[in-house]
Design a protein around this ligand. Structure first.
Ligand code: ZN
Length: 102
């Protein structure tokens, strides 16, 4: 996790330029669930219907996040995949619970 601590010092929320913090496992889990949903939707919309029966296909482009960076102010969590934070707003998930913190 050492390098993530350093990233946290450099990176800021792309939306509010606020400080980021390491998200806890619950958020990472939710993030991965939503990333998976996105991939599934992609595949359903792109694949022709006659490919049913060819077995499960997995998109190699989407890997699970091993961590997440959270902006408490916006309630946004950004995935960190293979040590690289993805600071794209469109890829972040909103995490309203973060805003209700102390
Ligand atoms: Zn923010």
């Amino acid at each position: 996790m050492g390098h993530l601590d350093r990233l946290l010092e450099i990176l800021a929320c792309p939306q509010c330029k606020g400080e980021l913090q390491l998200a806890d496992e619950a958020i990472v889990g939710e993030l991965n669930r939503q990333l998976k949903d996105q991939v599934n939707k992609d595949q359903v919309s792109k694949e022709p219907s006659n490919s049913i029966g060819s077995g499960p296909t997995r998109s190699p482009s989407k890997k699970p996040a091993e961590a997440a960076l959270l902006c408490k102010r916006c309630g946004l969590a950004f995935p960190v995949i293979e040590g690289i934070p993805n600071m794209v707003l469109a890829e972040a998930i909103s995490w309203p619970a973060a805003e209700q913190g102390k």
